[in-house]
Every structure is written in structure tokens, then in C-alpha cells.
Write a protein that binds this ligand. Structure first.
Ligand SMILES: NC(=O)c1ccc[n+]([C@@H]2O[C@H](COP(=O)([O-])OP(=O)(O)OC[C@H]3O[C@@H](n4cnc5c(N)ncnc54)[C@H](O)[C@@H]3O)[C@@H](O)[C@H]2O)c1
Length: 430
């Protein structure tokens, strides 16, 4: 029986999609003693994993090498090997299309792959972030084509991934996990699985409730970032420093949680997931006004920052169209290499149209492509040469005192220089 196999670490665990979510997850299960298989369609990823080489910062290379050597983990492109797995966790992308509509084609493709080898006793858990009812109305109908009965022959649940890349304090091991199954037996087994690998598990009454919980978390973040971005603009107009205000408000030990302004929102989650919810809501004649409003504010931030840059350069007596600008940090947030939906890229694209020459530096991103042109990260010595430095992503490795000292003009969109005195600093929201 599957519950016995889980309790005794005898269940074989498959993880589909070896990206930011899937690789740390499969490594976690392998470390906990479960024989695990990682599946990916990208040959390069499969080869690297099998050599014990990590391409994801949150998947420790030494640990990966150890479990590969011990034959606890193997990676493959061969999806027919899903048949070997007792548990299958789906960690494939859930992007939006250019019209900001959900693209669940990866989930559909993966479900079809699972269908080909679905057998009695398997537990399937969808971990990709998606709109409520995906597990019930998209994954289940595909798997049901097998003729097997959910909750009796096979089990299906949703359990959102909550990993926060780059976060050293909260990892898969110590972040509570939410599970919601199609039937109570499905929930029970998913609960048992995560409990067995040491997670605190919270079960909810349905897969849809678990899907909604994840979207509430990410929409909450998106909306609160929008609120603080809007207040940053008001503070600037009123001559109040938003960063000082946030520190003061944060001293309240209850009922407040700090969020920070910036040049926009980025990554594979915060700017995307709320659209999954607003799209689904329309099916129910419902308009999610907070999501629309916050998208409007957050999407406008790169434009707002560019206006600030142009104004400041002009104030320094330099013609913007002849000016040189260095953008520091292109990853979507500090201390990661992830470029997906990064507001810095948007910023760079907008600046390209307005200034003479643009450069970037990012210790984690060697090159980027903008308007079909390749740009390489330049050394920090460029700071002395350019008319303006824009802090777009506040990586911890930067020496901000030195940056301010060496720059003619600094536009700080992240509050990285709040502790530094300098007449050459223009701080967003102050
Ligand atoms: N990145 C995050 O911080 C984060 C956090 C929580 C949740 N999520 C969610 O987790 C999901 C995965 O995100 P990610 O950041 O790991 O994506 P990713 O792009 O880093 O990884 C996805 C992997 O899936 C593989 N893949 C795509 N289609 C496949 C298929 N049919 N079969 C096998 N492999 C396939 C890709 O090659 C890629 O390696 C998304 O739904 C995302 O919203 C992401």
C-alpha cells in the first residue's frame, strides 16, 4: 500500500520539471532517503543533474553530487519512466501569454505524459502555481481517461510550492506546506508524504482551496507592493522619505508587515500569478479590482523611474539623449540570477530610447539580450565614466558607499543607500 511505502521511504518519487522549484524539491526527497527520478525535456539539465552539477543556486551542488553518487537520484528525459514512480510531483512552468492570459499548456502536456503510464497506486501532486479548479477540471479529466478511479485506484492533489529563491532562512525543509486533494484519501496521502520528509503540513478541504491559497499569498504581495509604490510617489511629491516611514511603521509589532517600493515587480510569480486569478474570476462574472489596480501601479513603475532618471540627468546639466547610464542589477530581485520578467530589463529597454548609451552590471548575469542586441555585464569601474548610475536591483555584494563615492549621480530605486550621506543620490520615494 502507498501509505506504508511512504512511511518506510520505499516509495519512488518522480518530479517533472527540474527548474527553480523542481530541482531543489527532488533533491530534498533524495536527501530524505527516497529513491527519486527527476524528469525534464531539456537534455542539458538532465545531463548536468546526472553529473551532480547544480544550475540552480538553491540546489546545493555538494548535496546533489552526493545523492547522485549514492544512486538516490537520477535524471531523465524519458517520461515513460514515470511508470516506475509511486509519487509524481509536477513542477512545470505556468506563464502568461502576451495578453496576460494563463498558459496551462505545460500542465496539460505533463498530464498527458502521466496518463500514458498511469497505474494503480500512484499519487500525483500538482505543484505549479495555477488558477483554482485546474487540478479538478484540467488534470483530473485527462487522468480519468485511463479508466482508473481517483481516490481509489490513483490519487490526485494540489500542493503549492512556496520556495523563495535566494532565501537562506526559509527553504523547502522549514516552510509549511499546504495540501488539498480531490478526495479525502488523496489529501491524506499528500499530507503523509510531506510530513514524512519533515514538513509542517496544513490540509484544506479541496484542491481548489489549496490553489486559491497560493494565489491569495502572491496577490497579497502584489497588492501591497503596489500600495507602497503608490505611497512612494506621494511621499516624493510631499518631500517625505518613504523609507523612513516604512521603518517607523514596521515598529508596530502587530497588524503591519513591511513591503518596499521599487522599479516594478518581477520574477515568475508575483507579476504573473494574479492574472491567473483575474482571468478565472471572469468566468464567474467577477472582476478582481485590486489585481487590476495593482497591476496598473506596478507596471507603471519602470516608466516613473525613467522619468526620474531623465529629470535628474537634465538637472545635472547633461543632455539626456547624449548621456551615459549604468544600470546596476538586472536580476528580478537581489542575490539571484533569475531574469524572468525583471523590471530592470523593462527599465533598460525604456532608457535605451531616451539616453545616449546604456550599460549594465550584474554579478550573477553575464549577458542579456535587449531589442535583439546582446549586452555584456561591464566591470564596476564603469561607474566613474558614466553620467548616471541607476540601482535597479540591490544585490548584497555591491559596496554602496563606494558606488556613491565614485558616481556623479545615483538614482536609487531600492533604498540601498538610505544609510549613506550624498548630495548626488536621488532616492525613489523621497
Ligand atoms: N521560481 C519560483 O520562485 C517559484 C516559486 C513558487 C512556485 N513557482 C511555480 O512553480 C512552477 C515551476 O516554476 P519554475 O520557476 O521552477 O520554472 P522553471 O522554468 O525554472 O522550470 C520548469 C522546468 O520544467 C521543464 N519542463 C517544461 N515542460 C516540461 C514537460 N512537458 N516535461 C518535463 N519537463 C518540462 C522545463 O524544461 C524547466 O526545466 C511554476 O508554476 C511557478 O509559478 C515558482
Amino acid at each position: 500500500m502507498l501509505d506504508q511505502k511512504i512511511k518506510t521511504n520505499q516509495a519512488k518519487v518522480g518530479v517533472i520539471g527540474l527548474g527553480y522549484v523542481g530541482l531543489p524539491l527532488v533533491l530534498h526527497f533524495a536527501k530524505k532517503g527516497f529513491k527519486s527520478i527527476g524528469f525534464d525535456i531539456k537534455e542539458s539539465r538532465v545531463l548536468l543533474v546526472n553529473q551532480g552539477k547544480s544550475y540552480i543556486r538553491d540546489a546545493d551542488e555538494q548535496e546533489l553530487y552526493k545523492v547522485i553518487k549514492a544512486k538516490k537520484l537520477t535524471a531523465t528525459q524519458n517520461l515513460t519512466r514515470l511508470a516506475e514512480c509511486d509519487i509524481i510531483q509536477i513542477c512545470v512552468p505556468t506563464p502568461v501569454n502576451p495578453n496576460k492570459e494563463p498558459d496551462v499548456s505545460y500542465i496539460v502536456d505533463t498530464s498527458n505524459s502521466i496518463l500514458k503510464t498511469l497505474r494503480k497506486g500512484q499519487l500525483i501532486i500538482l505543484k505549479s502555481t495555477t488558477f483554482p479548479e485546474t487540478t479538478q477540471k484540467i488534470v483530473l479529466p485527462i487522468l480519468a481517461k485511463s479508466g482508473l478511479k481517483v481516490g481509489k485506484d490513483f490519487y490526485l492533489a494540489f500542493s503549492p510550492e512556496r520556495i523563495d529563491p535566494g532565501n537562506k532562512k526559509f527553504t523547502i525543509g522549514n516552510t509549511p506546506t499546504v495540501v488539498g486533494g480531490i478526495t479525502s484519501k488523496c489529501t491524506e496521502l499528500a499530507f503523509l508524504l510531506y510530513k514524512t520528509v519533515g514538513c509542517k503540513v496544513i490540509s484544506v478541504s479541496s484542491a481548489s482551496a489549496a490553489e486559491m491559497a497560493k494565489l491569495l499569498e502572491n496577490t497579497f504581495r502584489n497588492v501591497n507592493i503596489a500600495l507602497v509604490n503608490e505611497l512612494a510617489q506621494l511621499c516624493e511629491r510631499m518631500g517625505i522619505n518613504i523609507w523612513e516611514v516604512i521603518v517607523a511603521a514596521s515598529s508596530k509589532p502587530f497588524g503591519y508587515m513591511p513591503f518596499y517600493p521599487g522599479p516594478g515587480v518581477g520574477g515568475h510569480c508575483i507579476p504573473i500569478d494574479p492574472y491567473y486569478l483575474s482571468w478565472k474570476a471572469r468566468e464567474y462574472d467577477f472582476h478582481t479590482s485590486f489585481i487590476e489596480l495593482s497591476a496598473r501601479i506596478n507596471d507603471n513603475m519602470p516608466y516613473y523611474v525613467v522619468d526620474q532618471v531623465i529629470e535628474a540627468i537634465s538637472r545635472y546639466g547633461v543632455c539626456p539623449s547624449k548621456s551615459t547610464v549604468l544600470v546596476l542589477g538586472v536580476a528580478f530581485k537581489k542575490d539571484v540570477e533569475d531574469l524572468r520578467d525583471s523590471p530592470s530589463l523593462k527599465l533598460l529597454g525604456l532608457l535605451l530610447r531616451k539616453v545616449g548609451k546604456i550599460y549594465y552590471n550584474d554579478p550573477y548575469v553575464r549577458s542579456i539580450e535587449l531589442n535583439n542586441r546582446k549586452y555584456k555585464s561591464v566591470p564596476l569601474t564603469k561607474i566613474r565614466e558614466v553620467d548616471c548610475v541607476v540601482i535597479a536591483t540591490d544585490h548584497s555584494v555591491y559596496d554602496y558607499k563606494k558606488i556613491v563615492r565614485q558616481s556623479k549621480l545615483v538614482i536609487d530605486t531600492r533604498g540601498a543607500t538610505t544609510h549613506i550621506q550624498g548630495g548626488n543620490i536621488v532616492l525613489l520615494g523621497s
